[in-house]
Design a protein around this ligand. Sequence first.
Ligand code: FAD
Ligand code: EPU
Length: 320
Amino acid sequence: MKAIKALDIIREMESFFKGIVQINKSLCGYTSIKIGGIAALFLEPQSNIDLGLVIQLFKLNNIPFRVIGNGTNLLIDDGRLEIAVIKLSSLFFKEILLKENVLYLRGGVTLAQLLNFSIKNGISGFEFLAGIPGTVGGALVMNAGVRNSLWAARVEESFLCVSDTLIELEVMDGQGEILKLTKSDAGFVYRGSKLNDLIVLGASFKIKKSTIKNVAELVKTFLKKRKMFQPKCSRSAGCVFKNPPGGGISAGELIEKSELKGWRIGQAQVSEIHANFIINQGKATFSQVCELMDFVQSKVNQNFGVKLKPEIEIWNEQGL
Ligand code: FAD
Ligand code: EPU
């Protein structure tokens, strides 16, 4: 991959860029699994205008870029990445606006902030997102969600997804242009969308009015369920593999039945609690996690003839 002339780019940005720009930034602390190497450039734009001008400059200079949310669905190479990474962390991208029955959220709002706002204002419809550690942008790109029925029935296979109540999206394309997309333009599927090559600036959602008490109680119930079935406070990127299509046996169950719970390569370990989580026990490397993923895939394939597909996104030279 061609080296980015970071200092030249920064010099060109000087005349307009009002946000924060850094060179040679470690991404390790920006991911929940705490793995990630150095990005040539790291930018935190101050507004849509700032962002648009930067994207135009990148286009002109052929600079590859990626947006990072909370880095909770990412596995990033621990080598050097010749890319610019953009994080929508400024206050501008954290705005939440409520107008009658519509809630507008900018792309950098975290799901935790959204839930705090929902509880405070008695807004129902987002409770199921409790415990998903991402941002609105990342959640929409991934179409984040959970199983329905509060996981109680266990036979209920339908999923609640962040796109369920979406009205429309505001995105920026690779030319720095702002576009409005409808829900169907975004092509949402189970744990995916067609938004990967766009920047999610914001989205509006239909909401239902409820009471503070009811919303808070439902949030608590979802969190309680999560604590029962998933590892707490560990370094992970959530479920590593998508569930196989057809709503049959889950990836976690296939991995557990392959007797891989607790299996380790270096400091990367298949969680003892939920087999579809890989835990970084401290100093796991990118290659250890990749090797463990390959091993799990081949064992499950051998045992059940099922080819598990990664849910987590991998950023390395091949994947960018
Ligand atoms: P990132 O991981 O930073 O990025 C994910 C993708 O979105 C990347 O392609 C990135 O480039 C892109 N992206 C991020 N922001 C933007 C933006 N503004 N514009 C354009 N692209 C953007 N997921 C579920 O669906 N359900 C769960 O129950 C769940 N539980 C989890 C539990 C744990 C403990 C962990 C660690 C993860 C869990 N996840 C779950 C996975 C993850 O939290 C979600 O996929 C989340 O929505 C990712 O959001 P993020 O902001 O961290 O995105
Ligand atoms: N199971 C096992 N062993 C395990 C894990 C699960 O046998 O180690 C079994 C459970 O007993 C249950 C079934 O598999 O019968 C399903 O388990 P669970 O309810 O935990 O759901 P999941 O399909 O494993 C999905 C999402 C999670 C989400 C939960 C809860 C995927 C890949 N995962 O997990 O999302 O939190 O439902 O709604 O769709 C994520 O995407 O990162 C994520 C964590």
